[in-house]
Design a protein around this ligand. Sequence first.
Ligand code: AVI
Length: 320
Amino acid sequence: MLRFIEDQRGQRQQEDPLQGLRETPPRLSPRYFYDSLGSHLFAAITELDEYYPTRLERSILVGQGDAIARSVGPGRTMVDLGAGDCVKAELLLHRLQPAHYVAIDVAGDFLKSSLRRIEAGFPRLKITGVAADFSAGLQWPEDLECRRPLFFYPGSSIGNFSLPDARALLRSLWQACAQSDEGCGDLLIGVDLLKSAARMQDAYDDALGVTASFNLNLLRHLNRIAGADFDVRAFRHRAHFNDERQRIEMWLVSRCDQQVRWHGGHRMLRAGEAILTECSYKYSQEGFSALLRDSGFEVVRRWLDDTRGFLVCHARGIAG
Ligand code: AVI
């Protein structure tokens, strides 16, 4: 039983995607990584030897699936945030036995095709797909019931938000829990933990150059949608761990002095000047528990992979 909802409310106002190029340092939003080629390149990244987060999280979801199911309990409304190909939820569905699977993603068409696969594998499951952008905070669709929600947010996607933005997003989930039919709800969330800088850096600067292509593709995408004239060959990828801010930063470094033009503006870039394209925050276990607590959640249980490099946390919205 599959239903599909298009929800435009979270969509950001029409803004100039190149606006950030005017800042110092110039920046571009990681949102523009994900055109069709970008989504394929990201899928390829998750297969790389160096990109450990997907592998470590999978080992937890598979190896600890029974314990996760016992902690969470059956009959939940499982809300998959940024569901994409739904592969991670699929690893858990037969164990979690939710009453309703709600998958939310900005890429509606891609989500629809993923949900047809889920429907074929779980023909008795109630499934709702929601095409929506929740990155600025979740707004629960008006005519969708929400009974005992379990928000599922895997992949360390929370790491792509600054601390205040991560808190705001988690707080909006807490609010959705508080406004649900029973006034409570849970969160099952995956996060990448701090480890050696070399290991983290390699994950974002792989030998095959797939992450470099993923980063550079952002320029190609912006040329198409914003009428920019980036010369992709005139930039190179750089990734490094910023120890002070505890985050991986991805940059595009200009190889020469150049002028970039787009509908509505232009910017001069000097050789060596770099554009910030993505931050991926890494957490300590304590730091992540503090973030959850500050956002209104208390940790129920947590699971680590064998290398203690990735954390999956079951947390409960504190009534209040
Ligand atoms: C989607 N997100 C959690 C990935 C990350 O690890 O920050 C995006 C990514 N960027 C480069 N590699 C992967």
